[in-house]
Ligand binder design. Structure first.
Ligand SMILES: Nc1nc2c(ncn2[C@@H]2O[C@H](COP(=O)(O)OP(=O)(O)OP(=O)(O)O)[C@@H](O)[C@H]2O)c(=O)[nH]1
Ligand SMILES: [Mg+2]
Length: 371
């Protein structure tokens, strides 16, 4: 299973940088030279500055039109760099990480996603994007809504992380961002690490690709961990991995089409009856009724770890709130604009032209007349 992580914009490159820390192949793309230079783990030659001719390397200040233009102009550069990293081996999944609310990530990611789909038709393109905080105001919400719409027509799945969920922890925002970024990487990395591990009841790349190839719908990754000696019923721990607070997205999991559950821990703790109890319950609960599972008994392990991926999700309160707010704003903005336009036209109508009020000017171009 080969995954290539591509971060776009500041949020996206920060997340990609953590993936690089845990040894994933990662690329950083940004319009801001400064933000690219702050990365710690992605090698210099895997950092690409785009749109320098329009932004001077200073970012696009949350303007997704500029972000899109920047990516379009330097797309050949970005694709060439990706080609050099990919080489002759196939990539199973391109994970694109970004913030939905800014300009570079929101504007540029759909452009890149489309180019990847065209160039690598057998690889999946999965977007991993952070949804803006309500407090950030209307612009990030609009950027997010329009980008969701675009990506839903291009990407195979959209793993959305709701930043609003973090605030509930009461930490300051920088710490909270850092925490969520690490959490995202931890979950995706645990999942990818378990795919392709040899064994009988394990998951392989084709299972993961099947689950993620979900028509541009939403996906979310849950997680639960506990000391094996303290687990009274494993079924409860598995269910916990699906609970809302674990997923950073307000979603109706019953609307999911597919699920994938990976359970890793000491052999004695992985009781089949308890695992199947949870998986049966889950299968009956989700709409698509398809759950893939992998068991990873590991004698060296003392903890039981459960990673769950749910995909094909079409109902999410986090997403709905953003779309409805953006639509409502766009409607009232257009109304206000039309009203202002009408008022302006009304006010200005009935004005004469200069010719009605001034005597015709003598032409200065005809020297004969002046003479
Ligand atoms: N989870 C998470 N979200 C972040 C982080 N940094 C920014 N965001 C969110 O991402 C959005 C801003 O995106 P950025 O990545 O800063 O913007 P950008 O893509 O670099 O675009 P410009 O700065 O406009 O050029 C906001 O809605 C933030 O809430 C981060 O480290 N983690
Ligand atoms: Mg930026």
């Amino acid at each position: 299973m080969r995954a290539l992580i591509i971060g776009v914009g500041q949020c996206g490159t920060k997340i990609a940088d953590i993936f690089a820390l845990v040894d994933f192949e990662a690329l950083a793309v940004n319009t801001s030279k400064g933000d690219l230079s702050y990365l710690k783990h992605i090698p210099q030659e895997h950092r690409v500055l785009v749109g320098e001719s329009i932004t001077g390397g200073k970012g696009v200040n949350a303007n997704p039109l500029l972000g899109r233009e920047a990516m379009k102009r330097d797309l050949p550069l970005v694709m060439k760099k990706i080609g050099s990293i990919v080489g002759y081996d196939d990539v199973d999944v391109f994970f694109l990480t970004f913030g939905f609310g800014g300009g570079t990530g929101a504007g540029g990611t759909p452009v890149l996603a489309e180019a990847l789909k065209e160039e690598y038709p057998d690889s999946l393109v999965v977007a991993i994007g952070a949804l803006p905080l309500r407090e950030e105001g209307i612009r990030p919400t609009i950027n997010a809504a329009i980008t969701i719409d675009k990506l839903s027509k291009i990407a195979d799945s959209i793993i959305a992380i709701d930043n609003n969920k973090l605030k509930e922890s009461g930490e300051d925002i920088t710490r909270a961002y850092e925490k969520i970024n690490y959490t995202i990487v931890e979950r995706i990395a645990s999942l990818l690490a378990l795919v392709d591990v040899p064994g009988e009841q394990t998951l392989d790349a084709s299972d993961l690709k099947f689950v993620l190839k979900a028509f541009g719908s939403f996906a979310t990754v849950g997680y639960a961990k506990a000391d094996a000696s303290k687990i009274r019923n494993l079924s409860r721990l598995i269910m916990k991995s699906f609970e809302n607070e674990g997923l950073y997205l307000d979603a109706n999991i019953e609307s999911a089409l597919y699920g994938l559950v990976a359970i890793h821990g000491p052999p004695g703790a992985l009781k089949a009856s308890e695992i199947f109890e949870a998986l049966d319950y889950l299968t009956s609960k989700i709409k698509g009724k398809q759950i893939f599972r992998g068991f990873y008994p590991d004698p060296r392990e003392r903890e039981v770890e459960v990673v769950t991926l749910l995909s094909g999700i079409y109902e999410s309160r986090s997403i709905e709130e953003i779309i409805l707010t953006a639509k409502e704003y766009a409607r009232s903005f257009m109304e206000a604009k039309e009203e202002a336009e009408n008022r302006k036209n009304e006010l200005l109508s009935g004005l004469p032209d200069f010719d009605d009020l001034y005597p015709p000017a003598r032409s200065t171009e005809d020297p004969a007349e002046g003479g």
